[in-house]
Write a protein that binds this ligand. Structure first.
Ligand code: AMP
Ligand code: GLY
Length: 416
């Protein structure tokens, strides 16, 4: 089987590695990929979606796996183009990917399908947004479109909400678009991933992402400074409730509204005192949750995605380990506001018993690994208990260094 994975980050590195370990031994390709990914998957020359799909046809690709969301909604949509060309695709068509690309579309879908979610009002301009906030803080402001993880602000007072609203409406930082003013919820967050194939689904190992930059869950929001994953992260009763009140109605809502779906769907959920509520959908796996979850998976992910993309959910093809997995992100100087490229990474050869996934690295002219982005590496280790996974992951992370390295020391430990 020949599989092409679309994306370039740590999540795609983890997906490519998991596909490569599949007993069916697929031949792997990646676009746009990264130097680290190209050690496992071959690089593809394409300069856009159309040419990528033409390349897939010309090169007899059996399956396209969408890692990154942006391709799903670009142009005609990756999955739509694959379908036109009879290439099975693990990832939804453009119409369904609006669940991630438009917060307003997602909110309307949630409300129509009676899925618990915080109340929200869509606003067109500063005056409307301020009227919807009506002096009540904290409040949550969400830009309606894709904003590379920067489109949400939890505002504690009027001045921080004005800063965000001016960025959106005055400076148009994310381009044109509306803002949802959303009720602020409290409680721990959990990321639930389901592989959806039409009217069927399989829930993967639950994970938790550590979004803030600093220990104690303080500081700026980031793309994720680490993750912990385990079947035991939440109680079986809570997982049942999430399945009954959130996952199942989502899958039946997609069916009844004619929204085709074959691929991973990520439910960002807040466990509030009155029950779990959906704060976002993403039409892909999480990053860095994917790096924590993939090592817990056994079986044949390649065959699983291939069968799924053709309409057959084959639960028998994969199993989930009962253990724990902890992923520590090493970020470059300046992250998340900026990032620094070109810092030489040392210590990678000292890693044993942990996995390293590359999020933002490149080979220097002399062939050494160096930083190339905000999040640089994910160091992942597992264990039968949470404590063991935490110790292994942090010990392994201690072996790696580069100038300006930033990381959290409480990943996996802090149980917020
Ligand atoms: P999102 O991109 O929608 O997941 O939002 C990013 C982060 O903002 C979430 O992971 C939460 O930490 C926070 N957030 C989003 N919506 C809410 C909400 N309604 N109440 C409180 N925090 C929220
Ligand atoms: N871990 C957050 C995300 O993938 O959006």
């Amino acid at each position: 089987m020949r599989i092409l994975v679309v994306g370039k980050g740590g999540r795609e590195h983890a997906l490519v590695k998991a596909l490569a370990e599949s007993p069916s031994q697929p031949e792997l390709f990646c676009f746009p990929g990264s130097d680290a990914i190209f050690e496992t998957a071959k690089s593809v020359e394409a300069d856009g979606l159309e040419s990528l799909v033409a390349w897939m046809t010309a090169n007899s690709i059996d399956l396209c796996v969408a890692g990154e969301e942006s391709y799903l909604v670009k142009g005609d949509g990756l999955a739509n183009l694959c379908e036109k060309n009879n290439i099975p695709c693990w990832g939804p068509p453009k119409e369904s990917a609006q669940l991630e690309a438009s917060k307003e579309f997602a909110k309307d879908f949630l409300v129509r399908n009676h899925i618990p979610t915080p109340r929200a009002t869509a606003t067109e301009n500063l005056a409307e947004a301020l009227a919807a906030i009506s002096g009540k803080f904290p409040t949550v402001l969400k830009f309606d479109g894709l904003a590379a993880g920067k489109g949400v602000a939890v505002c504690v007072d009027e001045s921080s909400s004005l800063d965000f609203l001016n960025e959106v409406f005055t400076h148009r930082r994310f381009g044109p678009g509306r803002v949802l003013v959303e009720q602020c919820l409290t409680g721990p967050e959990v990321s639930i991933f389901a592989a959806i194939v039409d009217d069927q689904y399989l829930i993967f190992t639950p994970a938790r992402d550590y979004k803030r930059a600093n220990d104690g869950d303080l500081g700026s929001n980031t793309g994720g400074m680490g993750a912990v994953a385990s079947r035991r992260l939440i109680s079986p009763e809570m997982l049942d409730q999430i399945e009954k009140e959130i996952v199942r109605p989502t899958v039946s809502g997609l069916r009844s509204e004619g929204l085709a779906y074959r691929g991973f769907l990520y439910f960002g959920i807040m466990l509030t005192p009155t029950g779990p509520q959906v704060i976002e959908y993403n039409c892909r796996f999480g990053d860095p949750e994917c790096q924590a979850v993939m090592p817990l998976l056994a079986g044949d992910l390649a065959e699983f995605c291939f069968a799924g993309a053709k309409g057959d959910l084959r639960n028998d093809l994969i199993q989930f380990s009962d253990g724990w997995s902890v992923c520590v992100i090493l970020a470059s100087a300046g992250y998340p506001e900026t990032s620094r490229n070109g810092d030489k990474i040392s210590g990678l050869e000292k890693i044993h018993g942990a996995r390293i996934y590359h999020s933002g690295t490149r080979r220097s002219a002399t062939g050494e690994w160096e930083t190339n982005g905000g999040r640089v590496l994910a160091v992942v280790a597992g264990g039968p208990t949470r404590a063991e996974a935490v110790i292994h992951a942090h010990e392994a992370a201690d072996s790696i260094s580069f100038e300006g390295l930033q990381r959290r020391r409480d990943i996996g430990i802090l149980n917020f």
